[in-house]
Design a binder for this molecule. Sequence first.
Ligand code: PRP
Length: 182
Amino acid sequence: MSELPPDLARVLIGTEDIQARVRELAEQISHDYADVDSLFLIGILKGAFIFLADLARQLTVPNLVDFMALSSYGKTAISTGAVRIIMDLREPIEGRHVVIVEDIVDTGNTLSYLYHTLKGRKPASLRTCVLLRKRRESPPVPIDYLGFEIPNVWVVGYGLDYADTYRTLPYIAELKREVYQK
Ligand code: PRP
């Protein structure tokens, strides 16, 4: 592997491990929804775009893809937990089998808000697929499909960013503490 960018401390999850886990998640989801006509995947921008693209292409069940963008206040300081929708779905989800696809659950505020909001739109079923969950106080959100548990550090790559950079790295890496604490 070529040298790490200087802001990064170490690779936490390598490219091949990510790809293997995404394949397993896709197999599990394809198995669970084998009898369903169509699965409605909702990717949460921006972080989930790469994970969703890889996951969706490995599914063997017919699927539709849509996106939402959410914004939470006080992200870098102490989070207030307030989340708002800045881009909504193009179609209603009533009566559909929906899977929310998220890159990471940190405090759990985003997924919790989204889960309850979408539940209110009366889908036939609603599940969540999350690539990374930080090991910290567990959020009160159900995660049906989980890629990896990670330590409570700032991670970038495979969709995740620091100030909108590093999203397109093929691996997931830990950002040096001094970078985000300066
Ligand atoms: C990140 C990530 C999740 C959320 C998780 O999004 O993609 O959506 O934070 O954090 P939480 O569990 O504490 O709510 P971010 O707001 O950084 O936007 P981005 O995906 O556009 O980078």
